[in-house]
Ligand binder design. Structure first.
Ligand code: AMP
Ligand code: ZN
Length: 470
């Protein structure tokens, strides 16, 4: 069966087909780097990783863009208090974000555009909107006129009787009670210059609102129509509604064909985890408490279907760590096994069924928890068969394939020595850069250097993979 994804736009699970055969353009709303990401944010980012990986498993080339919001009200506020520029203020949080992503083993997106590096694209789009009267200037700010966009609110099925045309809201985050014209551009305030947070524009010096950045940057990297746009469910309104209004008004094209929204992570009390609400947990907190980031990855990805709420607790994290341990032990055992004297035909058939069932679960709106359930059932049976010497050459091969299947999404099997992965990844990136420059003696040199460390590289369609040899 083909891949079906729940599309918020239609409210149904729809068969996924990209515009260009074999190629998917995907935009995902990334972090606001005003602080460390909390585990709730990480759930959203790992959801993007799941989508990305399953698209690749499905044979697509993926061009994935994840923005970094490096300017917003909170960042300005914090930078002002610290007496530094916004660029200086966000620096450690940008670094922390990439460290978290690496620790959680997310695949790298093709682009991580930063808002402050794409101001001209935003200014251009805002100018376009003003020219066609979708936007207007008021007191040096620029607002989007929602009355000019009749389908405003379609994504979140907004009750349009609540719309207040003409009323304006300057803050980036607001609720359904304050549906009204929203800010595309905010006039420079006296303090903004010192913070490095003001730019010239034909409609006046200032800084962009939050929503316009995603519209402008997605267009810059992926064009006017995205195959997939994903984000946490809290972004559906107003952020995604505003993105649609801006982009479709400016481009006269559908903005995104599939909208995917992942549910919240709740804290132990059942409340949505959020930074503004105070109690939030970061990956650093969990590492200090002794949890392996890979177990955190497993919990956030496979602890619940992405459209269900998930609750963070020590018990759930411990259970996830134990599941990772069992998967690793199983993989180790299969890898080290020598083919037994008999081949159990029934087991072979079961492995085939489980592989198909796993794939079908993922194709059915990315139901990883269901797929993982099948794997654990089979692992029990396979362990018993290994004990009894009933796993022959074909059985072993089929089990290795199944392990490859689930680890293409979970990526929990490889066990790393501290520091080694970073060093290897750094050298791989350096080698990639050398190859791009056609400096093949340098790239071959790096391959040899790695080889001496006992690391072999394999070029695959998913990029460069490495494994331990020797
Ligand atoms: P932000 O840094 O606030 O812009 O959020 C980055 C991403 O995290 C967005 O996709 C949000 O929807 C998502 N997010 C924020 N809080 C949570 C939460 N408690 N659970 C899951 N996702 C969240
Ligand atoms: Zn966005």
């Amino acid at each position: 069966m083909s891949l079906r994804l729940h599309n918020t736009l239609t409210g149904t699970k729809d068969v996924f087909e990209p515009i260009t055969r074999g190629h998917v353009g995907m935009y995902t709303c990334g972090p606001t780097v005003w602080n460390f990401a909390h585990v709730g944010n990480l759930r959203a980012f790992l959801f993007y990783d799941l989508v990305r990986r399953h698209l690749k498993v499905s044979g697509y080339a993926v061009e994935h863009v994840m923005n970094l919001t490096d300017i917003d009200d909170r960042i300005l506020d914090q930078a002002m208090h610290a007496g530094i520029t916004i660029g200086e203020y966000v620096k450690p949080y940008v670094a922390a974000f990439f460290e978290d992503m690496a620790a959680l083993r997310t695949q790298q997106a093709e682009h991580y555009p930063r808002a402050t590096e794409h101001i001209p694209e935003m200014v251009e789009m805002i100018s376009e909107l003003i020219e066609h009267e979708y936007a207007y200037v008021a007191d040096g700010d620029v607002y989007f006129r929602i009355a000019s966009f009749p389908s405003y609110g379609a994504l979140s099925r907004l009750d349009r009787s609540g719309l207040k045309p003409g009323a304006r809201v300057a803050t980036d985050k607001y609720d359904k009670e304050s549906v009204s014209d929203f800010a595309l551009w905010k006039k420079a305030q006296p303090g903004d210059e010192k913070l490095g947070a003001a730019w010239d524009a034909p409609f006046g010096r200032g800084r962009p609102g939050w929503h316009i950045e995603c519209s402008a940057m997605s267009k810059r990297y992926l064009g006017e129509t995205l195959d997939i746009h994903a984000g946490g469910v809290d972004l559906m309104f107003p952020h995604h509604e505003n993105e649609i209004a801006q982009s479709e008004a400016a481009n006269h094209k559908q903005f995104a064909r599939f909208w995917l929204h992942s549910e919240h992570l709740a804290d132990a009390t059942g409340e949505k985890m959020s930074k503004s609400a105070g109690g939030f947990t970061t990956l650093r907190d969990l590492s200090e408490a002794g949890y392996d980031p890979v177990a955190v990855r497993f919990f956030l990805m496979a602890g619940a279907h992405y459209r269900s709420r998930l609750r963070l607790s020590d018990e759930a994290l411990r259970a996830a760590a134990e599941q990772v341990r069992r998967l690793r032990e199983f993989a180790d055992r299969v890898r080290r096994s020598t083919p037994g004297p008999v081949e159990d035909g029934a087991l072979l058939k079961r492995i085939g069924e489980v592989r198909a069932g796993y794939r079908e679960a993922l194709d059915d709106d990315l139901n990883l928890p269901q797929g993982v359930g099948l794997v654990f059932e089979l692992a029990r049976e396979a362990n018993a068969a290994l004990d009894a010497g009933r796993v022959g050459e074909s059985g072993r091969e089929a089990l290795l394939q199944l392990i490859g299947d689930f680890d293409a999404h979970l990526d929990v099997i490889r066990v790393e020595e501290p520091g080694l992965a970073e060093e290897v990844e750094r050298l791989i990136a350096e080698r990639e850069a050398a190859r791009k420059e056609r400096d093949f003696s340098r790239s071959d040199g790096i391959r040899d250097e790695l080889r001496q460390k006992g690391i072999a590289l394999e070029d695959s369609k998913d990029g460069v993979r490495w494994r331990r040899v020797r």
